[in-house]
Design a protein around this ligand. Sequence first.
Ligand SMILES: C[C@](O)(CO)[C@H](O)COP(=O)(O)OP(=O)(O)OC[C@H]1O[C@@H](n2ccc(N)nc2=O)[C@H](O)[C@@H]1O
Ligand SMILES: Nc1ncnc2c1ncn2[C@@H]1O[C@H](COP(=O)(O)OP(=O)(O)OP(=O)(O)O)[C@@H](O)[C@H]1O
Length: 289
Amino acid sequence: MKKIKVKAYAKINLSLDVLGKREDGYHEISTVMQSIDLADILEFEKNEIVKVFCSDHRVPEGEDNLIVKVINLLKEKYQKKEGVLVKLNKKIPLAAGLAGGSADAAATIVALDKLWNLNMSKEEKKEIALKVGADVPFCLEGGTKLAKGIGEIFENLKVPSMSLLLVKPDIEISTKEIYDKWDRLNFKSHHATFLVAQAIQEGNIYKIAENIKNDLELVTSRECEVINQIKEELLKKGALGCAMSGSGPTVYGIFDDLERLKRAYEDLKEVYSFVFFSKTIDKGLELYE
Ligand SMILES: C[C@](O)(CO)[C@H](O)COP(=O)(O)OP(=O)(O)OC[C@H]1O[C@@H](n2ccc(N)nc2=O)[C@H](O)[C@@H]1O
Ligand SMILES: Nc1ncnc2c1ncn2[C@@H]1O[C@H](COP(=O)(O)OP(=O)(O)OP(=O)(O)O)[C@@H](O)[C@H]1O
């Protein structure tokens, strides 16, 4: 029986400017999105029924799972009667600001396109992706992108390779709540994206690290003081710069010295439940048939 295996990579936001609220409730943003070397592994196999098995029991296995959402959208669009078995080996922490569910959704689009011989165009894949979530179109493409709109209008960038330390405190964040609070709190954007994109174009990791900034950090760190604490610790331990990813709570630091990074990893893993040594990569998905 044909099986397809996909590695679905997480993302971080090297910048995130919130520019305003649209009529549909979504926010216009300007952000630099970056794939990182931290991935869920998914296996897809033809079957009569639809069933998702996940290694982490906190992940919903029914209709709320973004994988199931993609399967149902594709079944409807292409009038498919068959099902699929999906095994998800979850490595990307949940509700962490790292687009874990979105990466799984993107993986499902490319896997089912192959498994069900759908011959989807790039535009058709993107259309399904956007129906599932704002981060899913990025996860389909991956790499480094300047993203506008609600995060789906792209310009390619090429980032120099960077070593990162990710630290996630033990809290889970609702993206919707954080955007809602952004409106209520009336914060002003830092407009960091332009400077970060410029630094990337110059290939200058020091300038990138100096400028990384995420507007949503203003909201999340109000409730989770630990975010500022992690940032302070990362800087003290030699990070060139650090910021929160997405709606949080994961914080990452950029390092140019692997010895310092290793020491920071050893120290911080004694304190926080998820500490991960990662690096930037140039793709969002990897498919094995
Ligand atoms: C914070 C980021 O991760 C940064 O890349 C994204 O903007 C969020 O992307 P996502 O989690 O895929 O978002 P979705 O699942 O589509 O939306 C969750 C909720 O976040 C809010 N949302 C999301 C994206 C956006 N540009 N504006 C928003 O206001 C909406 O209230 C929406 O109901
Ligand atoms: N395949 C999936 N993997 C993880 N969570 C999923 C999945 N499908 C649905 N969910 C639900 O979505 C919630 C948010 O999960 P996810 O890990 O995608 O958040 P996130 O990384 O903060 O996303 P983003 O960065 O795109 O805002 C989870 O708490 C879970 O209930």
